[in-house]
Design a protein. Structure first.
Length: 117
């Protein structure tokens, strides 16, 4: 079985989810738990750092869709950063760049959140 991990950390203007490994139907519940924890704690400014994400399936993409409305209703957002070309291609194929702010690196996402403060 492929491995997937999520690490949560905080920076000055948002909380960061570092995704590592293979995100598919079997590992998607790990990401769901991370989102539930953050939203339950009132953390609505979320950066998803995809630097170490090696694969994402439609089930993994569905997790983002499941939580974006709750995040935005609470004046937050989910910004994605550091995607490899392979992972970006999957997001792009399904039209995610029209729904989510996808930036080159985490500093860009931090700056966008800081500008909202």
């Amino acid at each position: 079985m492929n491995e997937f991990k999520v690490a949560i950390r905080e920076n000055e203007s948002a909380h960061v989810l570092d995704l590592m490994g293979y995100l598919d139907a079997h590992t998607a519940p790990i990401l769901e738990e991370a989102f539930q924890s953050m939203i339950g704690s009132g953390k609505f400014r979320i950066i998803v750092n995809c630097r170490d994400l090696t694969y994402i399936s439609s089930a993994g993409l569905g997790v983002f869709m499941a939580y974006i409305e709750d995040v935005r209703e609470n004046k937050g957002d989910i910004k994605m950063s550091n995607m490899t070309p392979k992972v970006f291609q999957i997001f792009d194929l399904l039209g995610f760049p029209m729904l989510y702010d996808i930036v080159n690196d985490e500093r860009d996402a931090i700056a966008k959140f800081a500008a909202l403060s």
